[in-house]
Structure formats: C-alpha cells, structure tokens
Design a protein around this ligand. Structure first.
Ligand code: ZN
Length: 304
C-alpha cells in the first residue's frame, strides 16, 4: 500500500491529507486539514508544504489552482503570485527528499471523478468545472490527457460566441491576458456580470439562479445568454473529443436545473443529438482534488 501525502493549494487555503492507496483501488484517507495559503511568501509556502509531509509518505501529490507544467515543475497561478518563476517541484523534492508530482486542480478533480466518481464506468470523460470561472479535464481509459503543452481541457480560454444576445458580447478582459474568453462569462462571476450587463441588476449567482427558477423575466434573459454561450462551448467540446459522459463540479454545478438546461442546449447543438452524452454532477464527497492528486502521484510513481 502506497502512502501519498496530498495537498490542494488554492488562493486562500491549502487543504492537506494523507491517502493510503490500497490495491483494491479504494482510497481511505486521514482527515483533511486546512491552512491559510501564504500567497506572497514563497519560503513560507515551501515550509507549509514540507512541514506537513509525514515521514512515512512515499511521495507527495500537489494540486494547484493554476497553470501547471509538471515536466518543468513550475506553476503560473494568478492567485498565488509568489510561485511565479519558481522551481516549485524541484524545491519541494529537495526539502522533502521525496518525489513530488504537481497537477492542475481541474485535472485532479477530473482524474478523481473519472476514476472513482460519476465517470467511473466510462472510458472517456470530460470534467467540467463551473466555479468562480470555468475549467476542465479530459480523462481517457483512466489516463489524464495532458497534451503537448499541458493545456488539454482548458476550454475556458478561447473566444466565446453567443447567437441570441441581439448584439455582440462585451469583450471583458480575462485573467489569461486575452479578452472575451469563455471563462469570463461561464463561471459564477461571469453569470453575475452578464446579469448586470443585460438587465442592469446586481445580484449574486445564487440569487440569479433562484430568480430564474421562479420565472423572473430578467433572470430568464440572462440565463438564455449564459446557456447560449456555455452550452455552445460544451457542444464544441463534445464534437471534438466525443466523451461518453461530462461530469460537472464547482458551485454552479450544484444547481440541477442549470445542468439539465446546459445538457439540453449542448445536445441541441452537437452533430448527433440522439447520441449525446449526459452532463451529470460530480459524485465524490469532500475534496476530490486531493484524491486526484493521490491518483496522479501514484500513477506517475508506478512509471518510475
Ligand atoms: Zn482567457
């Protein structure tokens, strides 16, 4: 049984645990602890991780909310500026004396859901994050597709299109440096900005969805535009990789009616609507990025 020390580093907190990889594929784990992320202090961030790796761990798996290059071991994370240009993996390996494997948090989520969650019976899974922004991952036959430049699954960064707005979408600036990316409309913040733009009303995403479910005319208009943008983008993904299921996580994925509406929009716009894959909510309880980091680390360890 491999013992993997796992971390999920976000812009505000670091979740950590120890996962015991049983041969059965079950992953019993210790309780999860949470520590504030020292986003501006690289030495403190290193100390936080290193200090929480137990001596019995064979390796560490680290999920990060950022663009991870696992080969070079560097990370670009807008919310964790101290990581910029740092040889993070190399430093962690030197300080812990153990192999360290870095993985993007959407990829960790996707790997966990495809292996043990809602996608477990499927050979090709597209994981969809509908959180503050959007993210994704492609898992085929249990293997994470990383791509030549480690960008596979990043469906949020490319131009959004909408057919039903009656006027061009405002081209808001994206964190990636481009404007008008799907990411700036497709998450909870995007939904709120669209609502303000098209109805003049400032509401949080949960209020907008509540009003939409109650039949409010303004919320119906906002959601029509949101579904147009996000459902259309998902249809493009289905045509491209033809997954047998899409598994959604993140705050907006907790709204079942929204997932049903997105599924309907996506289905209407793919090449073969009668063979459309389902869009379902993630099923793993707790922090699936920790499990994904453990699965990734253990998989990479076995290749050595
Ligand atoms: Zn972007």
């Amino acid at each position: 049984m491999a013992v993997i020390s796992v971390f999920d580093i976000g812009g505000s907190k670091i979740a950590s645990s120890t996962v015991f990889m049983a041969a059965s594929g079950r992953l019993p784990s210790d309780g999860v602890s949470s520590i504030p992320t020292p986003v501006e202090d690289y030495a403190a961030l290193l100390r936080t991780i290193v200090g929480n790796v137990p001596s019995e761990a064979e390796a560490a798996g680290v999920s990060i909310a950022g663009l991870v290059n696992p080969k070079a071991g560097v990370v670009r994370a807008a919310n964790i500026p101290c990581l910029a240009g740092r040889p993070f993996r190399e430093d962690l390996e030197r300080e812990t004396g153990k192999p360290v494997f870095l993985i993007n948090d959407a990829n960790a989520f996707g790997l966990a859901e495809a292996s043990l969650g809602a996608g477990a019976d499927h050979s090709s899974v597209f994981a969809v994050i509908l959180g503050t922004g959007v993210g994704g991952a492609v898992v085929v036959d249990g293997h994470l597709l990383q791509g030549a430049g480690m960008l596979a699954g990043e469906w949020g960064h490319g131009p959004a299109s909408a057919m039903r707005t009656g006027r061009p979408l405002p081209r808001w600036r994206c964190g990636c440096g481009q404007t008008g990316c799907i990411d700036v409309y497709g998450g909870a913040r995007g939904l709120e900005r669209l609502h303000l733009e098209f109805t003049g009303r400032r509401s949080c995403s949960f209020e907008i969805l509540r009003d939409w479910e109650a039949g409010d005319a303004g919320a119906l208009e906002t959601l029509d535009i949101y579904l147009d943008i996000v459902g259309g983008a998902l249809a493009g993904i289905v045509n491209l990789i033809d997954p047998s299921i899409l598994v959604a996580g993140g705050g907006l994925a907790g709204n079942d009616k929204l997932l049903r509406a997105l599924e309907q929009e996506m289905r209407a716009r793919i090449l073969t609507p009668d063979q459309a894959p389902s869009l379902v909510a993630a099923s793993l309880p707790g922090n699936s990025a920790l499990l994904g980091a453990a699965l990734f680390a253990s998989g990479e360890l076995s290749k050595r």
